[in-house]
Design a binder for this molecule. Structure first.
Ligand SMILES: NC(=O)C1=CN([C@@H]2O[C@H](COP(=O)(O)OP(=O)(O)OC[C@H]3O[C@@H](n4cnc5c(N)ncnc54)[C@H](OP(=O)(O)O)[C@@H]3O)[C@@H](O)[C@H]2O)C=CC1
Ligand SMILES: O=C(CO)COP(=O)(O)O
Length: 323
């Protein structure tokens, strides 16, 4: 039995809290909104994000950050663009345990990954990443899921893998935090693209082509940034790409689907691919990597291009070798 903290009581933070509490751990789930967290403690459900699943025993919802001071590990599960603000505004002096970053995004202004922001603000903490193909609702309900846990320090990675793997959540160990984070972030951009294709009725052949060529361009960037192809081809990259680019359970895919079908930009949920589309182009320029699909998604999101023009643009690119 371990003491596990989760920062961010949204869909994924709550789901991970559930799965760890159901495995006999004491889990402290922190959310910023005291009214919401008090209501969760009172009602025994997370009404906003997982209303159909009662909180398991051993899970303590709280908005009191001091309750996180004596943990064996803490998962950081706020949206990627919110991480810097949270780390800047919150005092982590009393937190000494490893911090495990779970958000899938690249910071728009800096092009930084979550652990790079973490290292800036928490220079003395051990850092790790959990990412991969797993929908919050399925994880929370105990459906079998495999994710990647990555840490630069193999001893830390093995300890966290042992601590956090459960009968329904199988964690595979990696030492490539950069590759794991890039795969998880970039697949969200491709999910929007695939959703647009599906919503526009362009067919499953086009979707398969987009996934494949999208994987090629994100792998080019990942390799240029020092990621391992084994990581990019693993659960955190290819695995999450397959899941998120083919399912309406994905918010990014659904965002694209609605955009393709109606031209409207959905609001009100976490669509990490929207900000990451712009952020990854900065990295593509910095590392001199062509990313035509990400560029097209960014142009559509900026209103610079409509879907028919985007399709024409991608299909009329100069012919080239596949690899
Ligand atoms: N949902 C999923 O299936 C999966 C999600 N992820 C990743 O996890 C990350 C979080 O996603 P998810 O939990 O689904 O998102 P949600 O939108 O469900 O929840 C986001 C949570 O973050 C909180 N939050 C937002 N901004 C801040 C802030 N500045 N300070 C403190 N808390 C903040 C919100 O609080 P409030 O409720 O008060 O607004 C909310 O509780 C994303 O990067 C996503 O890609 C990874 C795997 C699966
Ligand atoms: O990352 C996810 C599944 O692995 C969740 O995807 P969305 O953020 O698109 O809902």
């Amino acid at each position: 039995m371990n003491n596990i903290g989760v920062i961010g009581a949204g869909a994924f933070g709550t789901a991970m809290a559930y799965v760890f509490a159901n495995d006999g751990n004491h889990v402290t789930l922190w959310g910023r909104d005291q009214t919401k967290m008090d209501a969760m403690a009172q009602s025994g459900v997370n009404a906003d994000y997982l209303p159909d699943l009662p909180l398991p025993n051993g899970l303590l919802p709280t908005s009191d950050f001091t309750r996180l001071s004596d943990m064996d590990a803490i998962l950081m599960v706020v949206p990627a663009q919110q991480l810097r603000g949270l780390l800047t505004q919150t005092n982590f002096d009393k937190i000494t345990c490893p911090i495990i970053f779970c958000a899938k995004g690249i910071e728009t202004d800096s092009g930084k990954l979550q652990t790079e922001i973490g290292a800036e603000r928490l220079p003395n903490h051990q850092l790790a990443v959990i990412t991969g193909p797993g929908f919050a609702g399925e994880i929370a309900s105990g459906k079998p899921t495999a994710l990647t846990i990555a840490a630069d320090d193999p001893t830390l990675g093995e300890r966290l893998q042992e601590m956090l793997s459960t009968p329904s959540l199988r964690l595979y160990l990696s030492n490539d935090m950069r590759g794991a984070q890039l795969g998880g972030a970039l697949k969200n951009v491709l999910a929007i693209a695939c959703g647009i294709v599906a919503g526009s009725g362009l067919g499953q052949s086009a979707q398969a082509a987009l996934m494949t060529r999208g994987f090629a361009e994100t792998s080019r960037l990942g390799l240029a940034m020092g990621a391992k192809i084994e990581t990019l081809s693993g659960l955190s990259g290819f695995g999450d790409l397959v899941l998120t680019c083919t399912s309406k359970q994905s918010r990014n895919f659904s965002f694209g689907y609605t955009l393709g079908q109606t031209g409207a930009f959905s609001t009100g949920k976490t669509y990490e691919g929207v900000a990451t589309a712009k952020a990854c182009l900065k990295l593509a320029e910095q590392f001199n990597v062509e990313m035509p699909i990400a560029q097209t998604v960014a142009d559509i999101l900026d209103g610079q291009m409509d879907v028919p023009s985007a399709l024409t643009s991608l299909m009329s690119r100069p012919l080239k070798a596949e690899n």
